[in-house]
Design a protein around this ligand. Structure first.
Ligand code: GAR
Length: 208
């Protein structure tokens, strides 16, 4: 008998859930030493809920309340309670399209991470792949970072580059970035689950 328990992840998503799938399947395969304990979603018909049910992972739609870009007070409380009851060690945002505010971030201080489809600090905000294409950069990519009170502004844990090709459309570029996300996110979550990450101000140092 051992007292050790698995490192537990709570995933928040709003969309199709391909990053959730990458992380959850890496956990099942043993390449990430963790388990997805709970998936929460703010969109009732989102694909991420189906992907979770297919994997027999607990998943719930929790209505976000009256605002368009953030959770209202009651919803924020419900999200915090659900994640706390599931005893999650890390909150993984996987395409969660709402900004998390102080109350949530206090409850999971230093334990909430996000993936963003650009090389931050370039192109924060919505449709970052489209912003990159319109700006004319030749290289873009994806970033995993800790979540702070700003938008896509917290300390950077990992990044992966992706070339922009001359004949790219927003769709082809987004697809190439997503393929990179599916490699980067499990790698970063694994480093955190192993305790191999330390934060020194804005600098995140991996000691893996
Ligand atoms: C991902 O590309 C992620 O980087 C992006 O949403 C997509 C979700 O896809 N997130 C943001 O833009 C957050 N600012 P998924 O549901 O297939 O994982």
């Amino acid at each position: 008998m051992t007292n050790e328990r698995n490192f537990r992840i709570g995933v928040l998503g709003s969309g199709k859930g391909s990053n959730f799938v990458a992380v959850a399947d890496a956990c099942r395969a043993g390449t990430v030493p963790a388990e997805v304990a709970l998936v929460l979603c703010d969109v009732a018909e989102a694909g991420i809920l189906t992907r979770a049910h297919e994997r027999q992972i607990a998943a719930r739609f929790i209505p976000p309340g009256k605002f368009r870009t953030k959770l209202d007070e009651e919803a924020e409380r419900a999200y915090i309670e659900a994640l706390s009851a599931a005893r999650v060690d890390l909150v993984v945002l996987a395409g969660f399209m709402r900004v998390l505010k102080e109350g949530f971030l206090r409850a999971f201080a230093g334990r909430t991470i996000n993936i963003h489809p650009s090389l931050l600090p370039s192109f924060p905000g919505l449709q970052a792949w489209r912003q990159a294409l319109e700006h004319g950069v030749k290289v873009t990519g994806c970033t995993v970072h800790f979540v702070d009170a700003g938008v896509d502004s917290g300390p950077i844990i990992g990044q992966q580059t992706v070339p922009v090709l001359d004949d790219d459309t927003p769709e082809t570029l987004h697809q190439r970035i997503q393929a990179a996300e599916h490699q980067l996110y499990p790698r970063c979550v694994a480093a955190l689950a192993r305790g191999g990450v330390s934060v020194q101000g804005r600098r995140v140092v991996s000691c893996d």
